[in-house]
Ligand binder design. Structure first.
Ligand code: HEC
Length: 148
């Protein structure tokens, strides 16, 4: 009985040392496994001139989330009181049909300036141009889409 135990324990130890430890020679030449490869962003690999920063996200939460929702789904606290529903910024099917310039003008000059509803306010006097550009980048991040 005791002997059988030692044999089994020995086999287990052998299995560990032989099969489970990393083989240093192999490690050097091995290519990294797929899961450790750098995850490419789902959206455009092209770097944006106005990247999304922590400040962009804060700005969105402060000025946009009450209508567009904290996560951009168009379900902010004010949404039920608007005659036109706020745009869902996570929906690519509409946003990919609009250029960055369109989104920029919509934010800067308001909905009316791009032929949309006036309940999308103008932010020209609140946000500077680079913040507005970075909000366009953020909307592209939310919709995981680019203009077609
Ligand atoms: C008072 C509510 C309200 C606030 C606050 C608001 N929006 Fe909007 N937004 C709307 C509504 C409503 C629409 C939909 C207009 C339409 O479909 O005609 C819209 C549409 C948009 C659009 C799409 C324009 C289009 O072509 O439909 C963008 C981009 C946008 N908003 C960005 C922003 C950003 C960025 C902020 C914050 C700086 C913001 N909005 C704040 C109500 C709001």
């Amino acid at each position: 009985m005791k002997r059988a135990f030692f044999i089994i324990a020995g086999m287990i130890l052998w299995a560990f040392s032989a099969g489970c430890g990393p083989d240093p020679a192999e490690e050097k030449s091995a290519t990294p496994p797929a899961e450790s490869a750098p995850t490419t962003p789902a959206v455009s690999p092209t770097p944006r001139a106005y990247p999304v920063t922590a400040r962009t996200r804060k700005t969105y939460q402060f000025y946009c989330a009450q209508c567009h929702g904290a996560e951009g789904h168009g379900n902010g606290i004010n949404a039920p009181y608007l005659t036109v529903p706020p745009r869902d910024h996570t929906k690519a099917d509409y946003l990919e049909t609009r250029s960055d310039a369109h989104l920029f003008t919509a934010i800067q000059k308001g909905g009316l300036a791009v032929g949309r509803a006036p309940c999308m306010p103008s932010w020209e006097h609140t946000l500077d141009e680079s913040t507005t550009h970075s909000l366009v980048s953020y909307i592209r991040e939310l919709c995981r889409c680019e203009a077609l």
